[in-house]
Design a binder for this molecule. Structure first.
Ligand code: M6R
Length: 631
């Protein structure tokens, strides 16, 4: 949560910072700010020739951009910026980053949480530092200032290996901080450097010619450079115009080879779609095809690129994830158990950490996360690793933290997703679970060659069906969704492999349309939730031919008898479905095992259009962020 960006070079710092923040707004968008060190035209007219200039605004980035248009400060070529998702302190301007010290000549942006800020704050207050926000972050500039004063009193004597006084003050500060964070620091008295730190929150450095950058995520950099260094936990870097120097927390210089990103800026554009979410829904067939092309040979052999002998000793799987990734994991459990016969459990990462299951030999722990940076998932995976479990990451961001923690990582090939509501990354995660189940089935001998071939052929058919749903249904769903713009509650029902899809449909609707929605196993309705139903509570039932089809139709009838309006995600030409449902979102008939890949699409479109008709900000729903980097 929160996006940070920094620039030092020869361009207008504000332009680079705003362009970077635009690409990071998915990480938080309740306020934003920049701090720069402007170049003064007539330094002789002033007592000092450099000063720190800060502009902040409550609300989305556009508010900050408006303020900057009216700003008359001279240009700067060094600065830091921030887009916030509030943790400590309301989303008000005085809590927006960058935060400064009492003198106002030093600025800090932070992504993460300083857990021991309370005690540090009272210590610093006693030393005379004046706090003006409710944030945890504000202790950082004050503490750096405190160390600078102490160093100054000692004649700025710093260890030989330390590259600058500011660097040393930051290094001494972070030794006092507890928590998970990434920060960037500038100081008007040290106008030729930015000091950045990574401590369990992402921070990537972009390397240019006579200019350098830093950001929470690579999309903020790709417009300027594709040469990057991802900092590791505990590392501190000093950026000047000409160089990037990386150190460990003891101040020892490290040699880090830059990597080249294989991205281009258009990957993070809307490409004619009104919202990123809609674009990403439409990208799903392509993502699915790419995944198949990369991991399945022409002779239908699956190879996810796992190390030799990785799967064979495994006797059970534990999957940890959050949100939509958790829903994908529930489908994964179904596939691993029903196709490959591997006992599998799925836990919320935030629960696993504090109540892990008993440690058993030969357990594979899989962390599933689109961002690769979800703090709960990373912490849970770290715990599993410390218990000696083999760890696998499934993500579309292999360069992220999960890639570094896991023993092996599977790239879902979905690419970056910008809409806060996960869509294409969900479908890509599902495909990885199909392929993983096939690999397990082959390694353990629980799937026959014939069944494997049949399943792979079935998977190959799906992108065309996905396209058919997108082409055939969007207009209809857009019209239908108008009826629900004022609805207050929705129920989603599914059974078996489609129960997680009911959960996912409900989550999609609530997170972008703010309509209360619940997903239930259809058979569970009569045990309580049915009391909620009346003519004002529509029910969406996923009813696809297979082992539970008739049961779901019966459960839907029970809802209909309570006057609920019924929407069926169901085959078009089945009279039984026509009799039950008021509206049908038709699904091609496929083997039940593949149905989630198709049934989720109309639900994504339904939530998208309901939210769009309600005039809401689909890509940036209130209170949310794409990357949840705090626990
Ligand atoms: O990046 P992750 O997959 O770890 O994120 C997990 C959840 O925060 C995420 O799926 C969230 O629920 C989405 N907003 C769902 O659309």
């Amino acid at each position: 949560m929160c996006g940070i960006v920094g620039y030092i070079g020869h361009r207008s710092a504000n332009e680079v910072l705003i362009s970077g923040l635009r690409k990071l707004e998915y990480r938080g968008y309740d306020s934003a700010g920049v701090a720069t060190i402007p170049l003064l035209d007539h330094p002789a007219d002033r007592p000092i020739d450099r000063y720190l200039h800060r502009v902040r605004a409550k609300g989305k980035l556009i508010q900050l951009e408006e303020k900057l248009k009216a700003d008359t400060a001279p240009q700067a070529s060094i600065g830091i910026g921030h887009t916030r998702w509030a943790t400590h302190g309301k989303p008000e301007e005085h809590n927006a980053h960058p935060h400064t010290n009492t003198m106002g000549n030093l600025a800090v942006v932070q992504n993460g949480i300083v857990e021991n800020y309370h005690i540090l704050r009272s210590e610093l207050k006693q030393l005379g530092h004046i706090f003006v926000s409710e944030t945890d972050t504000e202790v950082i500039p004050h503490m750096i200032a405190e160390f600078l004063t102490q160093l100054e009193k000692q004649g700025n004597m710093i260890p030989d290996k330390s590259p600058s006084v500011l660097f040393e003050a930051v290094r001494l500060t972070i030794a006092k901080l507890q928590g998970a964070y990434a920060i960037a620091v500038i100081h008007a008295d040290y106008p030729d450097e930015i000091v950045v730190v990574r401590q369990q929150a992402p921070l990537v450095i972009g390397i240019g010619k006579d200019e350098n950058f830093c950001a929470s995520d690579t999309p903020a950099l790709v417009a300027y450079t594709r040469t990057v260094i991802s900092l590791e936990n505990g590392e501190i870097a000093r950026l000047t115009r000409e160089s990037v120097q990386v150190y460990n927390s003891k101040g020892d210089r490290l040699r880090r080879a830059p990597q080249t990103l294989n991205w281009n800026p258009t990957m993070v554009e809307k490409q004619g779609f009104k919202h990123y979410m809609l674009k990403e829904i439409y990208e799903q067939p392509g993502v699915f095809r790419t995944g198949l092309a990369i991991y399945v040979s022409e002779t239908n052999k699956v190879d996810l690129g796992l190390p030799t002998g990785f799967i064979e000793p495994i006797e059970r799987v534990e999957i940890i994830a959050c949100g939509t990734s958790w829903h994908a994991s529930l489908v994964g459990k179904y596939l691993l158990e029903q196709l490959a016969g591997v006992p599998t459990s799925v836990q919320y990462a935030s629960e696993y950490r504090y109540s892990p299951p008993p440690s058993l030999k030969n357990t594979l722990v899989i962390g599933v996360t689109q961002s690769g940076e979800t703090a709960d998932t990373l912490a849970a995976l770290e715990l599993a690793k410390s218990r000696g479990d083999r760890c696998l990451g499934i993500t579309n961001r292999v360069e992220s933290s999960i890639g570094r923690i896991s023993d092996a990582v599977i790239d879902t090939q979905a690419g970056i997703e910008i809409g806060v509501a996960a869509t294409k990354t969900f479908v890509a995660q599902l495909l990885m679970f199909y392929l993983l189940a096939l690999e397990f089935g082959a390694a353990k001998g629980t799937l026959t060659e014939a069944r494997s071939q049949e399943l792979i052929e079935g998977l190959r058919q799906l992108p065309a069906y996905m396209e058919r749903i997108l082409e055939g249904q969007e207009r209809y769903i857009e019209d239908l969704s108008r009826q629900f713009t004022h609805t207050k509650d929705f129920i989603f029902l599914g059974r078996g492999i489609n129960f997680p899809i009911a959960l996912e449909g409900a989550l999609k609707l609530k997170e972008i349309s703010y309509i209360h929605a619940e997903g239930y196993p259809a058979g569970e309705m009569k045990h309580g939730p049915i009391a909620l139903l009346d003519e004002d509570v529509p029910v969406v039932a996923i009813a696809t031919p297979g082992s539970v089809y008739e049961k779901v139709l019966s459960n839907s009838q029970e809802a209909k008898a309570r006057d609920a309006k019924l929407i069926g995600v169901a085959p078009l030409d089945d009279p039984a479905a026509h009799e039950v449902f008021d509206y049908i979102l038709p699904i091609p008939v496929v083997d039940e095992i593949f149905s989630p890949i198709l049934t989720v699409i109309p639900l994504q479109l339904l939530s998208y259009h309901v939210a769009a008709h309600r005039g809401l900000d689909v890509d940036q729903p209130r209170n949310l962020a794409k990357s949840v980097t705090v626990e």
